[in-house]
Ligand binder design. Structure first.
Ligand code: NAD
Length: 328
């Protein structure tokens, strides 16, 4: 089957080429945008990532081009209009889990870096500056960590934080009994925000969770708390967190995702004038750490993403049941 593979990076090509035995993959550097839909002409399937915008118009154009399958190589599907795909008779498949450890461990990396300021220490020491001034952190042991969304990634994250000796509070629309048995306490969101020293977001982006972190919820947080978002940028109202960082209400912010990330992330913009004023402002704060949607980027995850995506495509080709189909 011919597959138009949008937003291809060198590492995608490496891992998909290793796993691929029968598909003809057309690697496209371009993201899926209205003017790049036509690059899929002659293909039967498209393979998309998190910042490829498959809105109703794009899907209708794909349908006219003869695209029969949308294969997401990610877990989240908020960037695809599932109803529009259904109306066009195009199934959407995803990779429901590839390595929840990769994302949970990256959330921990953001916490430890913000807390112990290892990024600052690294630069200081390289510059011959061995001063310890302004590098004071805090013990994670005994702190309260609030986890919003205890699915696959959130559950791994809870277990890691329990291992650090933290008290773990959780909020989810469905409690996980196995986590409760290990000591995780489910509480209403307002209680979680009020009591947590660190809040980490692991729920999907849906109409209900959009701007879950907003001016009101930031005010409800413990003063000086740390907010970590490795889930989706749209969960956080960036202007609200900027105001809270300026007032000191929010003590630290670690993000791997950003609401307007599709114009920025996974690109080298070091030679250009960045036009996004919100990210420019966030980049200036000493207590903000931004990574460019790399939480999933481990060898294990990339291998699994390629393997499952190609299995999903092969199942469609054979007319088999699509176990990883997105159904609303
Ligand atoms: P999952 O489906 O296993 O878990 C999501 C959890 O969120 C579920 O327990 C669900 O009940 C809960 N939830 C849903 N709606 C909620 C709401 N309104 N309030 C509170 N909880 C709610 O998903 P997962 O595999 O753990 O992934 C979580 C998210 O992580 C994905 O949706 C995706 O956005 C993000 N993600 C990010 C990266 C990255 O590289 N940064 C990689 C993979 C996934």
């Amino acid at each position: 089957m011919k597959i138009a593979f949008y937003s291809a990076q060198s590492y995608d090509k490496t891992y998909f080429d290793q796993a691929n035995t029968s598909q003809e993959i057309r690697y496209l550097e371009a993201r899926l945008e209205p003017h790049t839909v036509g690059l899929a002409a002659g293909c039967t399937a498209v393979c998309l990532f998190v910042n490829d915008q498959a809105n109703a118009e794009a899907i209708q154009e794909f349908s006219k081009l003869g695209i029969k399958l949308i294969a997401l190589r990610c877990a989240g599907f908020n960037n695809v209009d599932i109803e529009a795909a259904k109306a066009c008779g195009i199934p959407v498949v995803k990779v429901p889990a590839y390595s929840p450890h990769a994302i949970a461990e990256h959330a921990v990396a953001l916490i430890l870096t913000l807390d112990r300021k290892t990024h600052k220490a690294y630069n200081r020491v390289r510059d011959g500056n061995f001063s310890l001034e302004r590098l004071i952190g805090f013990d994670l042991f005994g702190k309260t960590v609030g986890v919003v969304g205890t699915g696959k990634i959130g559950a791994v994250f809870c277990e890691i934080m329990l291992g650090f000796g933290c008290k773990v509070l959780a909020y989810d629309i469905a409690a996980n009994a196995a986590l409760q048995a290990k000591g995780v306490q489910y509480v209403p969101l307002t209680d979680l925000l009020a009591q947590s020293d660190i809040v980490s977001l692991h729920c999907p982006l849906t109409p209900e969770t959009r701007h879950l972190v907003n001016p009101d919820s930031v005010k409800a947080m413990k003063p000086g708390a740390m907010l970590i978002n490795t889930s989706r940028g749209g969960l956080v109202d960036s202007s609200a967190v900027i105001d809270a960082l300026k007032s000191g209400q929010l003590g630290y912010l670690g993000i791997d995702v950003y609401e307007q990330e599709e114009k920025l992330f996974a690109r080298d913009l070091s030679d250009t004038i960045i036009q996004d004023d919100l990210i420019l402002q966030l980049m200036t704060f000493p207590n903000v750490l931004i990574t460019a949607h790399q939480a999933y980027l481990t060898e294990e995850a990339l291998r699994e993403i390629a393997r499952i995506t190609l299995l999903n495509i092969a199942a469609f080709e054979k007319g088999a049941v699509l176990t990883n189909q997105v159904v609303l």
